[in-house]
Ligand binder design. Structure first.
Ligand SMILES: Cc1ncc(COP(=O)(O)O)c(C=O)c1O
Length: 383
């Protein structure tokens, strides 16, 4: 198998599995218990909190463990809205992940919370390269805006929004800012100490931890109201007995991601560029989706005009090549990608595209095989 779908999920690293195993076998106590068998586990949760904090330049007490990136995104927007009950406006973009877009839609259609008036959502547009205009953000923010929620790296195109500028605008206008950094973590350097981001979401399975564990960084001065109510866990910020094994795994994966980050770009970018240039130069009627440079080093999104994405994926799968036609969360819907549609509304590019997302375990031999596989499949389908 050649796996070129690392934006969907990644393999659990052996060191991560090894670190978490004791908490599924011999050390299965409850960290809230008063006796040693349970209480000693509190310490490993705090170590993991430090490891996650170090990956993003945060303070450990700012980290709240969650069950996934989706929960982190929901919890952040929830906290911002709770802190500003009189403000009924959310600013986001047309290319966010469904965990942000559908949460905004749910808020808008939830009649129980409308005693102060209905929520209004502004979806900032993007240009053909997937970039947004900062002037649009400036113009969208009003006295009514409770929160701005914008991603760092796009999951389908890898396009990077200018986080520092966005954070500065929100801070200057006194509006809470949430950043979905799920695709950025482990791929670009993040330092929340120098960025005024109030809430920042992560998920472990994008950087070699198992699925089902995430984190939300809540800046020290940002307001917070729990999204999941229960016991006193996570300093009263998220109820529920801690998922100790997965928290330990997230901590270890964050430590390894931090260690590997300096070499990540250098390992991945030449491979991605070779794949992209190979496809665009040798296969006619192909087109890159996403800005050429303002992009993650590992992602390329290409439209193959005249070919349905699904047909191409099936042929590639027969060759043992894993790629995707958009977000894995929406793969079972037959709707074309809302992201490519927002970038190129007048074109059918969204129905005919594939995303290839690499990591440092991929090799030049993989690129060669994928180039051959894609060329053969396209020839067959166009024939
Ligand atoms: C940009 C982005 N945000 C949020 C998520 C959701 O993360 P999770 O699968 O952990 O819920 C994903 C997952 O694909 C994503 O790519």
């Amino acid at each position: 198998m050649i796996y070129f779908d690392h934006n969907a999920t990644t393999a659990v690293l052996p060191e991560v599995l090894e670190a978490m195993m004791p908490y599924l076998t011999s050390k299965w106590g409850n960290p809230s218990s008063s006796y040693k068998f349970g209480a000693q586990i509190k310490g490993v949760i705090e170590t993991a909190r430090e490891q996650v904090a170090e990956l993003i330049g945060a303070q450990p007490r700012e980290i709240v463990f969650t069950s996934c990136g989706t929960e982190s995104n929901n919890a952040a927007i929830h906290a911002a809205l709770k802190a500003n009950p009189g403000k009924r406006h959310i600013v986001t973009s047309a290319v966010e992940h469904s965990s942000v877009l559908n949460y905004c839609r749910a808020v808008q259609s939830n009649h129980e919370i409308h005693e102060n008036g209905r929520y209004r959502i502004t979806y900032l547009p993007v240009d053909r390269d997937g970039l947004l205009k900062l002037a649009d953000l400036e113009n969208a923010i009003t006295e009514e805006t409770a929160v701005v929620s914008l991603m760092w790296a796009n999951n389908e195109t890898g396009v990077l929004f200018p986080l520092a500028e966005i954070a500065q605008i929100c801070a200057a206008r006194g509006v809470l800012f949430h950043c979905d950094a799920v695709q950025a973590a482990g791929k670009v350097s993040i330092n929340v100490r120098s960025l005024p981001v109030d809430y920042l979401s992560l998920t472990g399975h994008k950087f070699h931890a198992p699925k089902g564990i995430g984190a939300l960084n809540v800046r020290r001065k940002a307001p917070f109201a729990p999204y999941i109510h229960g016991g006193h866990q996570e300093n009263n910020r998220r109820g529920g007995t801690e998922n100790v094994a997965l928290i330990v795994a997230l901590g270890k994966a964050a430590e390894l991601a931090r260690k590997h980050l300096p070499g990540y770009d250098e390992a991945v970018r030449p491979l991605r560029d070779a794949l992209e240039a190979g496809i665009l130069s040798s296969i006619p009627n192909t087109e890159l989706n996403g800005h050429k440079t303002e992009r993650l080093a590992n992602t390329t999104n290409i439209t193959f005009h005249g070919i349905e994405s699904e047909s191409l994926l099936i042929l590639l799968d027969q060759e043992g090549i894993c790629a995707s036609s958009g977000s894995a969360c929406l793969a079972d819907s037959d709707k074309p990608s809302h992201i490519i549609k927002a970038m190129k509304p007048d074109s059918s590019a969204s129905r005919h595209m594939l995303r290839f997302s690499l990591d440092s375990t991929n090799t030049a031999a993989d690129i060669k095989k994928v180039l051959n596989g894609v060329a053969g499949a396209v020839k067959m389908l166009r024939g």
